[in-house]
Write a protein that binds this ligand. Structure first.
Ligand code: ZN
Length: 114
């Protein structure tokens, strides 16, 4: 990978990290425990709990991606970076730009359902 390509990837990672950070902060604000004895009706209460579950799942997913991106950021200069961990072929740059934390090339990802 050229220096220029790495620089572009580093910028992409930086941008994705900061947008995820904002997303995580926004989600954290919305994630509020619902008191068991609150005076809400049962229906409203169960709706709120479902909504919290959805928000919580979104939070967990965003947090996972955040950590994968951080890892990618820390390993950008590794020789193996940008190579598929399955077949060792270089991962297409277009793929890395979209998903900088990719560990598999498109072929291996497809074959392994990743
Ligand atoms: Zn591969």
């Amino acid at each position: 990978m050229t220096k220029e390509a790495k620089k572009r990837l580093a910028m992409t990672i930086e941008r994705d990290l900061s947008s995820l950070q904002r997303e995580l902060q926004a989600l954290a604000l919305q994630l509020q425990p619902i008191a068991p004895d609150c005076s809400l009706g049962d229906l409203l209460r169960s709706e709120m709990m479902q909504e919290q579950e959805v928000l919580n799942a979104a939070y967990i997913e965003a947090n996972k991606r955040y950590n994968r991106l951080l890892y990618a950021q820390g390993h950008l200069d590794d020789e193996a970076f940008g190579h598929c961990i399955e077949c060792d072929e270089p991962i297409a740059f277009e793929r890395l730009l979209l998903v900088p934390e990719s560990k598999y090339c498109v072929r291996c990802a497809t074959e392994n359902n990743l």
